[in-house]
Design a protein around this ligand. Structure first.
Ligand SMILES: Cc1ncc(COP(=O)(O)O)c(C=O)c1O
Length: 434
């Protein structure tokens, strides 16, 4: 066993005194990690004081034009002519560009009125949401820790938390008999888990079904978490908000559960993972955010730990990607363009719901309730999902996802409205032919 670095020990002490819950949730790696006072801090000092020559940064500078510029290749720079070379090629701060972090905090606050009286951190920029989850796994999950998830979920959680971090995944059925969120099953799983440390992951709008919770279900979820926290259990609640904002149904809640959970109980540590990935239509830019429902005293040492973890894996998120997101968010026409994309997806969602639940198809499948996001999911009444998928692909050139034996996921986000009818008709025909 490695000795604890004194800097790590000091951070652990600060975390424990600011938030015993966070202290109790840290993994062994979470306790060990720290940000060395090495090159980064010497560079920061030099940036402030080295007015003669600053030879600290591990970059190259160009003085040929009589000014100081970051060295770069003009063939590359000419592709992004409106951005300065520094904003394209320079290293971004480990936790992300300050202006982007502040802009995302403002965005979260605007979209989540429940947060208006709550304390929450400045978002930390990660290289996509997957990286955000991986960091949380490193910081909080030890082998054998219990992670509570629904049976229908985004598959990458298993890879990140089970395969990589060794978590013990306990699932509950996502839907209840009335096709609502199974709050009872969720509460029961929480109650039956005897561990003093629990990790919960919730995702609405949901992948794969497109389900979103109602206000009542949201309150029941919070009540279940608070009731378990009351027994002394420390609970990390990760809220995957990948599809935030893409709500198409007035009957469901149009904000994140994070707003209801922030400050709900001292033993509950809520963390929101969201991203430019889907919200800003920027999947491959790999810009996402991790935001904690914690105050500045707890966040200061926690940010040091996260800086250490980020330094040790990606070392930071792409500068040009952050610049593109930040600049777009300030640009004229930004809100209108987002609204346009939203309306396009909403029109597809409404059409998909009408067509998939048409009477002519009720003998082939049930449609899981879908109010938001990108997907609709069919529960087949006969046939095998993988066989149907393969035949659709081979015989009709239609690609969809088979989940388990009986579910098919259709990403209508990738279908033109005019093609929706044909896709469901072909699925039915393949099932019919058996
Ligand atoms: C529920 C959910 N969370 C997270 C992600 C991934 O986000 P990223 O591409 O930013 O890693 C996805 C992508 O499909 C998703 O469906």
């Amino acid at each position: 066993m490695q000795d604890l670095n004194p800097l790590a020990a000091d951070l652990n002490e600060q975390i424990r005194s600011a938030s015993p819950a966070v202290g109790g949730l840290l993994s062994e790696l979470g306790k060990r990690i720290y940000l060395p006072k090495g090159i980064l801090s010497q560079t920061t000092e030099a940036n402030a004081q080295a007015h003669q020559f600053n030879a600290t940064r591990a970059i190259a500078l160009d003085f040929s034009a009589g000014t100081t510029d970051i060295m770069h290749l003009p063939v590359s720079q000419k592709l992004v002519p409106e951005l300065t070379p520094e904003r394209v090629y320079g290293y971004a701060p480990v936790l992300g560009q300050q202006a982007l972090r502040e802009a995302w905090k403002t965005h979260i606050l605007r979209e989540n009125p429940l947060l208006s009286q709550k304390t929450f951190s400045l978002p930390i920029v990660t290289s996509g949401m997957t990286h955000g989850f991986s960091l949380l796994a490193e910081l909080f999950v030890d082998s054998g820790d219990l992670l509570i998830l629904p049976d229908q979920m985004w598959g990458n959680y298993r890879l990140i938390f089970q395969t990589k971090a060794g978590a013990d995944i306990q699932t509950y059925p996502f839907f209840n008999a009335a096709s609502g969120f199974n709050v009872h099953g969720f509460r029961q799983t929480l109650t039956e888990a005897t561990d003093e440390k629990l990790i919960v992951l919730l995702n609405f709008p949901h992948n794969p079904t497109g389900y979103a919770v109602t206000d009542t279900e949201a309150q029941q979820i919070v009540d279940a978490i608070v009731a378990r926290a009351e027994t002394g259990c420390r609970i990390l609640v990760m809220i995957d908000d990948a599809y935030a904002g893409l709500w198409y149904d007035e009957t469901v809640m149009h904000e994140s559960l994070f707003g209801s959970l922030a400050g709900c109980h001292p033993n509950v540590v809520p963390v929101k993972i969201d991203g430019a990935t889907k919200e800003e239509y920027a999947w491959g830019l790999r810009v996402a955010f991790v935001t904690f429902g914690l105050d500045a005293t707890a966040m200061q040492p926690l940010e040091q730990k996260l800086s250490g973890l980020i330094r040790a894996n990606t070392s930071g998120t792409s500068q040009v990607s952050q610049t593109l997101i930040r600049t777009a968010m300030q640009a004229q026409g930004y809100a209108e363009q987002k609204q346009h994309n939203y309306e396009t997806l909403k029109a597809r969602a409404l059409k998909v719901n009408t067509i998939a639940s048409d009477e002519q198809y009720t003998r082939y499948w049930d449609v899981y309730p879908s109010h938001a996001g990108y997907f609709v999911c069919l529960h087949l009444k006969s046939g095998n999902a993988e066989t149907v998928r393969q035949r659709l692909l081979a015989e009709h050139g239609i690609g969809i996802i088979a989940l388990g034996e009986t579910a098919l996921r259709v990403a209508y986000s990738c279908l033109d409205e005019s093609g929706i009818e044909a896709v469901f008709a072909e699925i039915a025909r393949v099932i019919e032919k058996g």
